[in-house]
Design a protein around this ligand. Structure first.
Ligand SMILES: C[S@@+](CC[C@H](N)C(=O)[O-])C[C@H]1O[C@@H](n2cnc3c(N)ncnc32)[C@H](O)[C@@H]1O
Length: 509
């Protein structure tokens, strides 16, 4: 039933209930009414029913929602979820991929040619040095991606992620051929690519072709794809900027795409704006550094210190305060910091410059632009620790669960996950007041007042509605559902001005 109809029905039922009750009760309570007006008891029951029924329905609906939410199996398929954020990354069945790979192999053998960039080695997702740290952007609504001169995937924008079900996520450094497997007209695209871009061809300045794709969320998409060559300083080819002009076969899907884009862009802008005041304010408080120190095991009460030579994943790393502290504490650690906000990541890279890993081996910090909902591209059981600080609350519930499931997948047996988040009882005004008072104690308030007010505005208007998701008990229940969960190693619901929770759990060895 539509919400409007539900409200009208509820209103009519309650009004009827009230009317029946008055009809029954009036002759009994109003003394001057003639005693002959005898209204049967059934009228009263009908009245009670009319008033209570909508109430029960309302409670029933809540219960169904809540139980659905609690019964979410961490390993379940998320394909039925409603928002763009929770539409899972599209995967291609292994046999279909193998079939398409074979087709390409036979095709080039028959034509006695090569695939574009065929002999360029894939670069690893963890090989920071090779990644150009540029995200294509012009018209935000136009899906775009970038390739290097060897047709290896460099980056893509939000519109691309939405339209194409995050199919490039985790594929940075691989040949773009990997992505063409997802296209409905793969064979056509392959032969066009070989005709135009194969080794030895004179590369065009612009190449235009049609691509067809079936999106999990938006249905069939027919597009014109334009690949613009990016010239290097010596006019040789540096890489490619590819724009896609999508036409949605179903018109209502075009509207859905636009609505999703606005939601995603609003969120990105909010995080970007947050970046500008985040460090200035929070790093001058007492509560935020204490939270970070507790997470890494440097504060009592709190979890044990993070081991000196460990591999750590910082999910939603933001401006890099945790990553930087971890690297400062021990030069033997390898820290992978992931976030999908370019401004946050740039701040992190600047702050952690001294620790950014210089080659494909050894310790240091690697900053990767990646959506935390899927950690595709990161190996199973790779990390000794996974840290998630103030990130899950900002995602849709199912996206947050998907992020947790992924975090657990990449955690080694015996590894530990450390999570700190706001909770159902979080009182934002107490946190903000504490921040203000900390700034004053540190003698920084006057200088940072404008930044504090900006931070307060973002928290009150954008983040506040998202804060009250889980209690510590509920978060614990969710962790206990994870496969091979061993034990809770630390928990509190009184951190960060007493308003946040921290929970740490170990995976069975
Ligand atoms: C409140 S900040 C916390 C930053 C950091 N963990 C800290 O403790 O300071 C939340 C971070 O999560 C990132 N984030 C939110 N949703 C994300 C997503 N879907 N994928 C990647 N990062 C995301 C934001 O860009 C932001 O940097």
């Amino acid at each position: 039933m539509q919400n409007k109809t539900k409200i009208i029905t509820t209103f009519i039922l309650i009004a009827l209930g009230f009317m029946f009750s008055v009809i029954y009760l009036a002759p009994r309570t109003v003394t001057h009414m003639p005693a002959t007006v005898a209204v049967p008891e059934g009228v009263l029951y009908a009245g009670i029913f009319c008033m209570v029924f909508p109430l029960l329905t309302f409670l029933g609906v809540r219960k169904v929602e809540i139980s659905k939410w609690f019964n979410v199996e961490i390993g379940s398929d998320f394909r039925e979820l409603a928002t763009a954020e929770t539409t899972p990354q599209k995967e291609i069945p292994a046999e279909e991929k193998e079939e398409k790979r074979k087709y390409a192999e036979i095709y080039i053998e028959k034509k006695n040619t090569q695939l574009p960039g065929q002999f360029a080695p894939d670069f690893q997702v963890l090989d920071e040095k090779l990644a150009m740290t540029v995200t294509p952007c012009a018209d935000q609504m136009t899906p775009m991606y970038m390739l290097d001169r060897n047709f290896r995937i460099i980056d893509w924008n939000i519109a691309f992620n939405l339209c194409f079900d995050r199919t490039l996520e985790g594929r940075r450094g691989l040949s773009v051929l990997e992505w063409t497997y997802f296209l409905d007209n793969y064979e056509e695209v392959l032969s066009h690519g070989i005709d135009v871009f194969a080794e030895g061809k004179t590369l065009p300045r612009i190449d235009i072709e049609k691509i067809q794709y079936t999106s999990d969320r938006y249905g069939k998409i027919e597009s014109t794809k334009r690949a613009y060559q990016i010239p290097d300083d010596d006019d040789s080819c540096l890489g490619w900027l590819i724009t896609i002009n999508p036409t949605f076969t179903e018109p209502e899907k075009a509207a859905l795409y636009q609505a999703d884009m606005f939601t995603a862009l609003r969120k990105t802008l909010m995080w970007s704006e947050y970046t500008l005041c985040y460090d200035k304010v929070l790093n001058n408080t007492l509560i935020y550094p204490e939270l970070i120190q507790t997470l890494v095991g440097n504060h009592k009460p709190g979890p044990l210190p993070i081991e000196k030579s460990s591999i750590i994943l910082d999910i939603g790393a933001g401006t890099g305060n945790t990553a930087c502290l971890l690297a400062q504490q021990s030069p033997q650690r390898l820290i992978i910091a992931i976030d999908n906000n370019p401004l946050m990541l740039n701040t992190l890279r600047r702050k952690c410059q001294a620790y950014l890993r210089q080659d494909a081996q050894g310790p240091g910090i690697i900053a990767i632009k990646q959506d935390v909902v899927s950690l595709f591209g990161l190996n199973d059981e790779f990390f000794d620790y996974v840290i998630i600080n103030n990130v899950l609350y900002s995602l849709d519930t199912d996206a947050a669960l998907s992020c947790l499931k992924e975090a657990w997948r990449v955690l080694k047996p015996g590894g530990e996950i450390r999570i700190s988040e706001p909770q159902k009882s979080t009182d934002l005004s107490i946190v903000l007041e504490q921040i203000r008072s900390d700034l004053k104690k540190n003698g920084r308030y006057n200088e940072l007042e404008a930044d504090f007010l900006k931070l307060r505005q973002i928290n009150e208007f954008s983040l506040q509605p998202l804060l009250h998701r889980w209690t510590l008990d509920e978060m614990e229940k969710i962790l206990l559902l994870l496969p091979d969960f061993s034990s809770i190693t630390y928990k509190t619901d009184r951190i960060y001005a007493g308003q946040s929770m921290m929970i740490c759990g170990r995976k069975r060895s």
